[in-house]
Design a binder for this molecule. Structure first.
Ligand code: ZN
Ligand code: ZN
Length: 250
């Protein structure tokens, strides 16, 4: 251990003694609690992986299957080349993302970062620009912050200048998607998104960023708008995805 590392560890130990770290979700303390997340909460996080659809990343129930293209992507090829999520949308991720989205609770940032550090999303570093899925201006005024932008900044802290927040816009305020099925969601979002400055993204590789992937309708519509604006490729990176056959409310 170098002197610098030793001093840092010592500082941490003294800090922990004075202000014992607490889990931002269950308030548990103890030696495993770091970055606002205790060991018990962290162990509940399920990282996504194979077997999954080579395009949309949906999970396949047979653990022995290889990655292949799912029926939905074969029937209706999406406008994005690849969509991947870091983790599944269950606790504690569901609560963290909810608190970030609706309360802009900044104590969620450290645990979300901690979870992201355990995932490999280096594939998406090759993007020229990162576009958070936008909120309609009315909803943005109400919430104050676009949570997808926060997630993009959290995942790509060294690429802040490439995170474009006013290029992709939601021009139509759409009703909530929660009670709609896949087809209903698509209709609800039709022509909802547009690209304000197409010249910026023309022939560029774009990474769309959002918090939760349910049916892919939102990122699918965003990707169409970006493709129409002349992007070379659209990739999609989502923090969490709802497992197939599992309701978002679970
Ligand atoms: Zn906890
Ligand atoms: Zn698929």
């Amino acid at each position: 251990m170098s002197l610098g590392q030793y001093l840092k560890a010592w500082q941490q130990a003294v800090g922990d003694l004075l202000f014992p770290p607490r889990c931002s979700l269950c308030n548990a303390g103890g030696p495993e609690t770091r970055d606002g997340l205790c060991g018990d909460c962290e162990r509940k996080v399920v990282v996504t992986g194979s077997p999954c659809c080579a395009i949309c990343g949906c999970d396949f129930p047979d653990p022995a299957a290889d990655d292949h293209i799912c029926g939905e992507c074969l029937r209706t090829p999406p406008a994005f080349s690849i969509a991947r999520s870091l983790v599944y949308y269950n606790e504690p991720v569901r609560q963290l993302l909810h608190n970030l989205k609706y309360n802009f609770d900044t104590t969620t940032i450290s645990p979300l970062l901690k979870i992201a550090r355990g995932c490999d999303f280096s594939h998406f570093e090759s993007a020229d620009y990162f576009l958070p899925v936008p909120l309609h201006s009315t909803r943005l005024r109400k919430r104050g912050v676009n949570h997808a932008q926060t997630i993009a900044q959290l995942l790509f802290p060294k690429r802040k200048k490439q995170i474009l927040v006013d290029t992709l816009v939601k021009q139509r305020n759409t009703p909530s998607q929660t009670s709609l099925d896949r087809a209903g969601r698509r209709v609800n979002l039709r022509a909802a998104f547009s690209v304000k400055y197409p010249e910026i993204i023309r022939n560029k590789k774009i990474c769309l960023v959002d918090d939760v992937y349910t049916t892919g309708a939102t990122v699918g519509e965003c990707a169409k708008a970006i493709q129409r604006a002349g992007a070379a490729e659209v990739m999609v990176l989502i923090f969490a995805r709802v497992r197939r056959g599992v309701s978002k409310k679970n």
